[in-house]
Design a protein around this ligand. Sequence first.
Ligand code: ADP
Length: 320
Amino acid sequence: MINVQGISKYYNSVKAVNKVSFEVKKGQTLILLGPSGCGKTTTLRMLNRLIEPSEGIIKLDGKDISNQQPEILRRGIGYVLQHTGLFPHYTVAENIAIVPKLLNWDKQKIEKRSAELLEKLELEPGKYLHSYPGALSGGQQQRVGLARALMANPPVLLMDEPLGALDPITRSNIRQEFNRLDELREKTIVMVTHDIAEAFELGDNICLMNHGIIQQIGTPYQLLFEPQNSFVKDFFNEQRLQLELTVLSIADVWGHLSEQKHSESTMVSKGENLWEVLDSLQRSGSNRVRVNNPASGEQKVIGYRELMTAYSDFKNSVHE
Ligand code: ADP
């Protein structure tokens, strides 16, 4: 769907982006992650021609975007920014109708789609369509920004720190909503963030950059357990324990998991990650839970000790 081949952007002597290549398949989310100034935003903005690359080729659906008119190209690419870019003197309805109007949709179609989308984004249409952005909370404005990007149902969505301006709790809530939203599930998404937890929660693949250069592209699992250099290894160190427990499922460590001789009725639902199992353990009155291996249907009763031993044994087996 998106194919980037050796793109660079030079500003005089600064190589903001240096020979970056990646592919994003249809329906997948790629996260551009890395420290401030590493070239994430510049890379993103080359994808919709807000910035022209100094070298390299970008193909969308097999077609070189440098041959397409930027305005036409951008109609097929939703764009969501940290500061929503909503027009303060336009109502929500007017803000989200901008692209559909350019596409000559009739009034009825615009109204139907606006109401449908706001509903999905948990903004009651009757209440919010005719409000001005200034009357909405940060989280609500961000949802309107997303609704605007999704209105004309573009196949591709670019997001630049879309949740960056929100407080941690609102961020986390919207992130969970993102994951549940069917409209987003079918989109091909490239998203910039410097928030590691966000990258792991939302990305199918993560492209970790430093000084304009890709350090590694891979799944969250690959970045944690198969780092290609010391930058990648060190980048996740501060949050490594939680990230690894979130990435690993019970099925991953099943072979290392011993069980207690106990009939415990609290069942942890299928396919949970180790972090969620820890949470269930904490909530269980007995410090024991029954876990299920979705691959085989087997069950085991375990406690903290069995869980953490299995995690540790799994890690040792990976590093051997
Ligand atoms: P990030 O999004 O990862 O924070 P950017 O892509 O915004 O990084 O910037 C990458 C590098 O390019 C930085 O060193 C930045 O200072 C430089 N840069 C970005 N835009 C310009 C510009 N218009 N002129 C000169 N340098 C720029």
